[in-house]
Design a protein. Structure first.
Length: 225
């Protein structure tokens, strides 16, 4: 499937503006797992591939799964191995990293993780600590990660919280970055939704025009039995 021009622009906004906002989360998880040379990582919903690049920078062999063809194309431009769906045959990945996966998405990816391998699930933290979903109305409530681990038959092995502020040069960049997340895709009138989002961002503008949105993300680690 060839991405539409609009989809390509949104994917580039994700790659150029938004995906770096989650670097503290990725780095905290990789530190916790001690990701390093020889480790094999599978990133579910890897976007344009930044989490894969960070893992590769630590010496790991990282493969991504990304359903969106525009983001997948950008990841491949970075010379990354990115699949449209999880591997159909079992492969010995040491860890699976997934942000807010559905039970079906998680179930499809688990066969690729070796016995004893780590599964890391992440999502928004407490509503009162997250500007985007709590104040800006960005999407549904976060998933119950512990329930997702239990439903998948995984063994809990720890959790953590990470401060991931979203910082933008100006309101326009903030709107483009936030729209690229897909959190506002359900709007009946996208142009109106962007206008309302821009207005909602004004209280978070600093004196130099930059926008600062503090957020907390939570992750859980589980093991494949």
């Amino acid at each position: 499937m060839t991405p539409t021009p609009t989809a390509t622009l949104v994917a580039r906004d994700w790659a150029e503006i938004q995906e770096r906002m989650l670097v503290p989360l990725y780095e905290a998880v990789y530190d916790r797992l001690e990701v390093g040379p020889g480790d094999r990582l599978l990133g579910l919903g890897c976007g344009a591939g930044l989490p894969l690049l960070l893992a590769a920078g630590r010496g790991a062999v990282a493969t991504g799964v990304e359903a969106d063809p525009a983001r997948r194309a950008l990841a491949r431009e970075r010379l990354l191995e990115v699949l449209a769906a999880p591997p159909s045959a079992p492969r010995p990945y040491d860890a699976l990293l997934a942000f807010s996966p559905s039970p079906a998405e998680l179930a499809a990816a688990l066969p690729a993780v070796r016995r004893g391998g780590a599964v890391v699930l992440a999502d928004w933290g407490p509503a009162e600590r997250c500007t985007v979903p709590a104040v800006l109305g960005g999407g549904p409530s976060p998933r119950d990660l512990d329930a997702l681990v239990e439903r998948a038959g995984l063994r809990p092995d720890g959790s953590g919280r990470v401060f991931c502020p979203f910082g933008y040069a100006d309101v326009d960049s903030a709107v483009r970055g936030l729209v690229s997340t897909g959190l506002y895709d359900g709007a009946a009138d996208p142009a109106l939704a962007e206008k309302e989002l821009a207005e909602a961002l004004h209280p978070f503008e600093r004196s130099d025009g930059a926008v600062w949105l503090p957020n907390i993300f939570r992750y859980v680690i589980a093991r494949v039995g």
